[in-house]
Design a protein around this ligand. Structure first.
Ligand code: ATP
Ligand code: MG
Length: 347
């Protein structure tokens, strides 16, 4: 209650595209942008690193989800499978519960105005800054290409364009993306300093498991053959987990440093069951690797069952229509931002 001496806080209103909204709400009104490269089906690393947050955030904020098809050619020749991978990604999104009525799903190659932002943005970063990005270095180390492409070095700046074209402020990502988020912030800050306030500074948002390891102990990754795909069959999932490395000790304990392989399977099972991995270890006790793998397989398959069931009900026709609509909406947004950028720069 407000006493006579207390002034009631003033509600200030601002004009937005959707009409008048309270100033406070405008300040809190984050725009969410995330995306994935269409290089293969989504996996559990994506789910616990970023997808779960997306599903939660779609009810709270405007959200864009990018199928980053131009980024496929950073480290590989454009595979003939690009259409299939794009379709798989779309079906995965819909299956995990991304709602196309709330979320704009779109692809790089359909939005020329987004890609054009790369030109002014590249002028704002130095070659040295591009060269010391740790994630780019890691991706180069795992690339199968003989030579490193120029696009590989500039792709964090491309990602800045992905985020800033829609004035994204909140970016649900895995840990590997943090250096790229820094580049996006740097680009936004420098652009604003040089040409006037156009871009908000985006923030990263990490999921429950910012870096889920794959079945070989490295980062679970579409390209490294160590992932459990959301869309894999139950048998394939069982086979992958059966082949995962463990150690010779019979008593199962959760020791990330000393027993990384065992800890990783416990983590996977724990995430799927929503339970602490150490508690699962205690339950398995001296059941050995065989019990651990059985528990992990059941946990993963059970967790993914409804997602897999929904995916089987979706048709490619629906997915194509959803993408076409998303591309149209994203393009409208990109056209407006590019106009603003050109005007700010005095073109
Ligand atoms: P690729 O091997 O083709 O690069 P990827 O598996 O690394 O594929 P991306 O499309 O590069 O997947 O990443 C999409 C999003 O998922 C990013 O936000 C990334 O941080 C997140 N992500 C990817 N792998 C993991 C992981 N193992 N744990 C947590 N988050 C992850
Ligand atoms: Mg990657």
């Amino acid at each position: 209650m407000y006493g006579p001496s207390q002034r009631r806080p003033q509600k200030r209103w601002v004009l937005s595209r959707d009409g008048m909204i309270p100033k406070e709400r405008d300040l809190m009104n984050d725009v969410v942008l995330t995306g994935d490269r269409p290089t293969g089906p989504l996996h559990l690393g994506h789910y616990f690193g970023s997808l779960a947050n997306r599903v939660r955030l779609q009810d709270l904020h405007p959200m864009y989800v990018l199928i980053a098809d131009y980024q496929v050619i950073t480290d590989r020749d454009l595979p003939g499978e690009i259409r299939r991978h794009t379709m798989e990604l779309l079906l995965d999104y819909l299956a995990i519960g991304i709602d196309p009525a709330k979320v704009t799903i779109f692809q790089h190659s359909a939005i020329p105005e987004l890609n054009q932002l790369l030109l002014p943005f590249l002028s704002l970063v130095s070659v040295a800054e591009l060269g010391r990005n740790p994630t780019v270095k890691d991706e180069i180390a795992h690339s199968s290409q003989a030579a490193v492409s120029g696009l590989m070095f500039t792709y964090p700046v491309h990602q800045a364009a992905d985020i800033l074209f829609c004035k994204g402020t909140l970016v649900p990502v895995g840990k590997d993306q943090l250096p790229h988020l820094e580049v996006a912030r740097l680009v936004a800050r420098r652009f604003n300093d040089r040409y006037g306030e156009v871009f908000p500074l985006p923030k990263a948002m990490m999921g429950a498991q910012p870096m889920l390891k794959g079945l070989d102990g490295g980062k679970m990754s579409k390209s490294r053959g160590n992932a459990i795909a959301l869309s894999a069959t139950e048998d394939k999932t069982a086979l992958l987990i059966r082949k995962a490395r463990t150690d010779a000790e019979r008593l199962i304990t959760f020791e990330e440093e000393r027993r990384p392989e065992v800890a990783n399977l416990l983590t996977l099972a724990g995430l799927c069951l929503g339970r602490p991995p150490a508690e699962l270890a205690e339950e398995i006790g001296d059941g050995g690797a065989a019990t651990l793998k059985r528990v992990a397989t059941e946990a993963v398959n059970e967790f993914l069952r409804p997602i897999r069931r929904r995916r089987a009900e979706l048709t490619e026709g629906d997915a194509r229509r959803i993408l076409a609509e998303g591309n149209e909406r994203a393009r409208e947004r990109a056209v407006r931002t590019l106009e603003e950028v050109r005007a700010a720069m005095g073109f």
